[in-house]
Design a protein around this ligand. Sequence first.
Ligand SMILES: Nc1nc2c(ncn2[C@@H]2O[C@H](COP(=O)(O)OP(=O)(O)OP(=O)(O)O)[C@@H](O)[C@H]2O)c(=O)[nH]1
Length: 215
Amino acid sequence: MAIENKPGEEFDIIFSRNDSLELSSHHEYDTTHARIFKIIVIGDSNVGKTCLTYRFCGGTFLKNPEATIGVDFRERTLELDGESIKLQIWDTAGQERFRKSMVEHYYRSVHAVIFVYDVTSLSSFESIPEWIQECSRHSVGPLVPPAQCLADSYNFPLFETSAKDPSEKENVDAIFLTLAYRLKSHKPLRLKQPSESNLRQMWNQREREAATCQC
Ligand SMILES: Nc1nc2c(ncn2[C@@H]2O[C@H](COP(=O)(O)OP(=O)(O)OP(=O)(O)O)[C@@H](O)[C@H]2O)c(=O)[nH]1
């Protein structure tokens, strides 16, 4: 499920259920003039967030992924109707102990949120309202509980896909392309993109602060 954050406007929500993803082809585009959109991917630990984003950005199924610590960054530039659109994808840690104080940064200047749950894990589905509440706490749009009927009643698209099954690759692309097309129609917005080393530095700094905190 994904929420598209249109700054200053109402939100659209896209539901997605993860059971896999892969890319049919990869093209390199000139990213110099690309508009950048930040998308965060959240959900319980072990639901496949890393594999989903890796499939979209890397084109393959990531075998033996390790638990995400803090956040991992991936990006992919798309050519949509002759325009370069760069999706900067933040793959966040599902485990609370690995999220720590980075949470504020996850939600800063976010354009869209993808909620991921595992179709074989009821608890990961039942956690979705909590993830939605977390977004609400960080002012990411008015949110509603997830369900197919709700998706239908709000006319939100629902994607069910698998990062593992190559035949599902179009469905994975569909999640991100749907967001990209919707984001593309927004007013031009260029983000100053933090470098990975800056973000790592920020994360390490927070770790040090947390380690020395007496409370
Ligand atoms: N069958 C199947 N397994 C998957 C799929 N996507 C991921 N997995 C498996 O699910 C497990 C967890 O995948 P991750 O992508 O690391 O999960 P995550 O949500 O990023 O986990 P955290 O980093 O802890 O938040 C791994 O063993 C993957 O091989 C999928 O689409 N189908």
